[in-house]
Design a protein around this ligand. Structure first.
Ligand code: ASP
Length: 451
């Protein structure tokens, strides 16, 4: 993708994920020191220390939010362009007949399993509830303004009839939906309607012959510009993470660690199950490959994905692995892997489901069955609409959060550890693409895949 240089402009210097981790540790250490220092000072009769810490935290929080605002700013253009392009790419696949259809079906099945896994595990483990009631109230107070808007939205959602909610997904005026999507003031289904419009737009694009190229180029341009802006935002991420983690730990102390630990464990457990149970089952069902051998063969792509946090950057390695190690037909592998790098992101979809439910638990937002269903559907779509570059799922997560009444700014809570989890989910995204490529090929030529 043209925009990668912008996102990866961390070259000569310390890699971005290392800088973010440094920001995380500096913010956490300073925040914890401030928290315990102020408690101790208050006990010793120096209440001023507590006030000073609160003042510093109040300055740090908006600094962190600059990063978030930059990301929020491009949500609408990104959702529209990425989703329309993703679907148009899949639609193109219609021309490739059998392979295209199989790719689509495998991608849909794997994404659905991934999101259900993430949502199921988060409902089971409930890491967001590992925060004490008092700390939960403090956190809610911290995000009071956003929480109020989000709660209002959730309430309206709960009061509406399911038939109306479903009908609202089809927008009367997509532009009006776009305008109100971020603050919940849109008259219809908000971002869900924007997604619907983008899907229809993408499908219609595949039916064009004359103007298809111009429109595709325009959408690619829009997506590339959005990604450049996210790239700039990512450069601020280490500082933003430091500020937000400081703000969080200075107010809540160590009590934020257990839920975060629970969150990370839930994500890793979900990714692990998908990688080491679901993918092998698919391989055994549709190819004659040994899953162990398969993972050994694709290890180079796995490490590249882990190191780069980018499905797109891993594409050349994945293509080489598919041809040289897995011995898949070249044209077919190129087709499946190129579409998969953007359109099939199981790890991202799973992660999005977990984040939204985790933060809903943290903010005590009870999600109805319909809202959980919305999270599942939107996470699957977000998996299609997320570009294969580092951190690109963040805007999508905010979209899903706000649509079910979870304050979007709350994403700051997980931001510090997001980059490390990005490395892990990208591994799943790339392994998923290679699994699909093997299954597609194996499903119409099993003998070829006997290894
Ligand atoms: N970094 C992921 C990928 O490239 C996308 C994301 O989840 O942010 O596949």
């Amino acid at each position: 993708m043209q925009n990668e240089p912008a996102l990866n402009s961390q070259k000569r210097t310390v890699p971005l994920h290392v800088r973010i981790l440094i920001g995380l540790f500096v913010g956490a250490l300073c925040g914890l020191a401030a928290n315990y220092g102020s408690v101790y000072a208050t006990q010793q009769g120096y209440p001023r220390v507590q006030q000073t810490v609160e003042m510093i935290a109040a300055i740090a929080a908006p600094c962190g939010k600059v990063f978030l605002r930059l990301v929020f700013m491009v949500v609408i253009p990104l959702v529209f362009s990425a989703l329309a392009l993703g679907v148009a790419g899949m639609g193109d696949s219609g021309r490739l007949g059998r392979v295209g259809l199989k790719t689509f079906v495998f991608a849909a099945v794997l994404s659905t399993i991934a999101v259900l896994l993430g949502v199921g595990l988060t409902n089971l483990i409930r890491p967001g509830n590992w925060l004490t009631e008092q700390k939960q109230a403090e956190l809610k107070e911290q995000y009071a303004a956003e929480a109020k808007v989000a709660e209002g939205k959730a309430k309206t959602l709960k009061e509406k009839k399911v038939s109306d909610l479903l009908l609202n997904i089809i927008p009367q005026n997509p532009l009006q939906e776009m305008v109100g999507a971020m603050d919940g003031s849109s008259p219809g289904g908000g971002i869900l309607s924007v997604m619907f419009f983008s899907l229809i737009f993408g499908v219609a694009l595949t039916r064009l012959s004359e103007h298809a190229e111009v429109m595709t180029q325009w959408l690619e341009g829009l997506q590339a510009v959005s990604m450049v802006i996210i790239g700039w935002a990512m450069q601020l991420a280490p500082f933003a993470v430091c500020c937000m983690v400081f703000d969080l730990t200075a107010r809540l102390g160590l009590s934020i660690l257990p839920p975060l630990f629970g969150f990370v464990s839930t994500v890793l457990l979900g990714l692990g199950i998908q990688m080491f149970l679901v993918y092998p089952i698919m391989l055994l069902c549709f190819t004659r490959r040994s899953p162990i051998r398969f993972f050994a063969d694709i290890s180079e792509a796995i490490w590249t994905a882990f190191g780069s946090s980018s499905s797109n950057a891993t594409l050349p390695t994945a293509l080489r692995v598919a041809q040289d190690k897995l011995r898949l037909p070249a044209e077919e592998a190129r087709f499946v892997l190129t579409i998969g790098a953007t359109g099939n992101q199981n790890g991202t979809a799973l992660y999005e489901g977990v984040v939204v439910l985790f933060l809903a638990q943290v903010f005590h937002v009870e999600l109805t069955v319909f809202q959980q269903f919305t999270v599942v559907v939107m996470s699957i779509l977000a998996g299609i609409g997320t570009a294969g570059v580092p951190g690109s799922s963040l805007p999508m997560i905010v979209v899903v959060m706000t649509s079910v009444g979870v304050p979007g700014e709350g994403i700051g809570i997980i931001l510090g550890i997001d980059r490390v989890l990005d490395m892990c989910r990208t591994v799943l995204n790339v392994a998923g693409d290679l699994t699909i490529a093997a299954c597609v090929s194996g499903s119409h030529n099993p003998a070829e895949n006997a290894v």
